[in-house]
Every structure is written in C-alpha cells, then in structure tokens.
Design a protein around this ligand. Structure first.
Ligand code: SF4
Length: 351
C-alpha cells in the first residue's frame, strides 16, 4: 500500500486536491484560448476521456475575457495559466476562473501582489506556483554556480511561497518541473520535507507518446510511490487526450485510482495458437467506454493461462482456433475463434 503524504486540502471549483482526496488528473488545452468554440470542444473531449481539471493559457486580457464563456459550457474546474500580469489575473478572477497559475514573485510591484492575493482570498481561488528549471531566477542560478539544480528549484518555490504566506494566503499548490527525471524527483523530495502544500507533479517536455509515456511513468511513478503528488499532468507532444489516457494508466497501475476495466494479457510466445495480439487490441478497444471495476485477462494458451484466469474476473484462454472463457477461474464456455470477441464482450456486459 502506498502511503500518501498528508498535504493541505484545497478546493478547485468542484474538485478537492490534497489531504486524502483522490489524485486528480489534469491536462492543458492546446487550442487558442480566444477561440472559445475550439477550446470548449477540446475540454469536453478531455472531460470524456477522464480529465478532472483543465488549464488554459491566458496570454492577454482578451483571452481572460473568454473565460466566462468557456466556463459556462464545461463541467470541470478551469485553471488560468498567466505569466507576469496581475491585470490579466484580475480579469480571469472576474470571469470566474477556479484557480490561477501565476508566480507571485513575477507579478511586479508589491501593491499588485497584495491586490491579487486579497481578491483570491475573497473568492477562495487557489494559486499554483510553478517553478521551471529552465527559468530559475538569476540570483538563485548564481548561488548554484549557474546550474539549475533541484536545490535551486526548491529555493525558488520557497521564495514564491513566502510571498503568499506573508499575506496569510495558504491555498497554494506547487509544481516544480524539469525535463529530466532525476532533478524532478530530487526537487519534490526536498520540498515535501519543508512544506505540506499539495503538489502538482509532472515531467515537462517529456516527448512524444512513446518516450513521454516512459519518462512520465518512471518520474511520476517514483514520486507517487514515495507518497508525493496530489494532482498530475502527463506532458506529451500529442493530442492531450493521450495525456489523460497515460495518466489514468499510471494511477491505475499503482492502485491509486480505479477507472474502467483493467486488461492484462500475456506477451505471446511459440505456444500461442490464436491471434492474441489483434484479439487483445480489439478487447481493449471494445472495453474503453465500459466503467466497471473488473479485471480481465487475455491469455494465449493453457500453460500459463489458467493461472492468470484465477486472478481475473473474466478471462480468455486461447486454444487452436478456439477460446475458453473463464469466470473467476472456472470454465464458462468454449467458443470458436471467430465468435470469441463477441461472446466475451457479452459476458463482460452481463458481469
Ligand atoms: Fe506463451 Fe501461453 Fe504464456 Fe501466453 S500464456 S506467453 S501463450 S505460455
């Protein structure tokens, strides 16, 4: 059992993160925020895929003004990603945004920080501080001899945290991103010893679906196993829907969340007598939209198949042109290969 860090519980719209709330999955739109129709369409698609918090980039006042229209057409909390401008942030708040991603140390004057913090306090809007190894403050870089170290990332996070705490603002979420796993892990481990604010975890610039999935699974997997992480984003150079799929699989694999049917399958070998690779793909595709908490196994032969089938709720054991359908390890029926998928799906739906 993974023992999660006890962090402060924070409310983002209708979703809680931190404390013992489920680890929330988030993503970021890659549409132009000014294009409300395209942004809403993408958020709806992501919501359907299992996205629980969505972030949009808000580069100017016009984009901030689109927030109200976007929010009225979606059902998940909306986070505005803002760089430097307190005025844009204030407009995002007026428009009903659920969370801001802005670094207080980059806003400019103290007056503006106070104005923004007070408004967030009044409207109960949390602020995410986002530290990126690629854009650490000059003096911090100097302290670590020009290197963006994990310690430097923690110093930067603490600097922004202290600014907010000075004004009694504690609804803080922290993210610290580096493009390599080692620094990302080290920075989170160090910071989680200093503060108990919820952590938004992710490995930035992870890459394409193939590389990004591997890098994110390792990086996030280690952190999650350590009990670190209250919300996560998998960053991929791909359709953001893929980020959601990968994020769910990471959390499901660690037993931290449940969603849909878990499909296990054997790697196939010389003993396999049915077309197991295409059968497994078809089973996975067919089960995508079915939200049942069951475990399914697709196995290529009777050597190891029955063992796996004992642990699965429903299983296919391949034979020569036939398949056995097992339920809780007991034989349910023997079916011709051509009817196997149809019969198996029928059993799953009736389960
Ligand atoms: Fe090979 Fe059978 Fe094991 Fe699949 S279950 S890998 S077919 S021995």
């Amino acid at each position: 059992m993974i023992k999660r860090n006890k962090t402060r519980k924070i409310k983002i719209g209708n979703v809680y993160i931190g404390g013992n709330s489920p680890i929330a999955i988030q993503s970021m739109c890659n549409t132009d925020t000014h294009d409300v129709k395209a942004t809403v369409a993408q958020i709806r698609k992501l919501t359907q895929a299992g996205c629980e918090i969505i972030r949009i980039t808000v580069p100017d006042i016009q984009a901030a003004q689109a927030i109200g229209k976007i929010k009225s057409q979606i059902s998940i909390p909306l986070v505005a990603d803002i760089h430097f401008s307190a005025d844009v942030a204030m407009e995002a708040i007026r428009q009903g945004v659920d969370k801001l991603r802005i670094n207080p140390g980059n806003i400019g004057s103290e007056e503006k920080v106070v104005m923004l913090v007070k408004e967030c306090q009044k409207k109960k809007i949390p602020i995410r501080i986002g530290v990126n190894a690629g854009s650490l403050e000059k003096d911090i870089l100097k302290k670590y001899k020009g290197k963006a170290t994990a310690k430097g990332m923690v110093d930067s996070a603490m600097r922004h945290i202290k600014i907010l705490e000075k004004y009694n603002f504690y609804d803080i979420v922290i993210s610290m991103k580096a493009s390599d796993i080692e620094r990302t892990i080290e920075a989170h481990r160090l910071l989680s010893k200093k503060v108990n604010y919820p952590m938004h975890i992710g490995v930035t610039e992870a890459g394409t679906i193939f590389r990004g999935t591997i890098v994110s699974s390792i990086g996030l997997g280690v952190l999650l196993y350590d009990g670190i992480g209250d919300t996560l984003r998998v960053s991929l150079t791909a359709d953001p829907v893929e980020e959601i799929r990968v994020a769910w699989e990471i959390l499901k694999s660690l037993g931290l969340r449940k969603r849909g049917i878990a499909v296990t399958s054997c790697p196939t070998c010389g003993r396999t007598e049915i077309d197991l690779i295409s059968l497994t793909k078809k089973v996975e595709k067919k089960l995508e939209g079915i939200d049942k908490d069951i475990r399914v196994a697709v196995m290529g032969c009777v050597v190891n198949g029955p063992g796996e089938a004992q642990e699965a709720d429903l299983a296919i054991i391949g034979g020569k042109g036939v398949g056995l359908i097992m339920k809780h390890g007991k034989l349910l029926k023997k079916v011709n290969e051509k009817d196997l998928l149809k019969e198996f799906i029928k059993e799953i739906k009736e389960f």
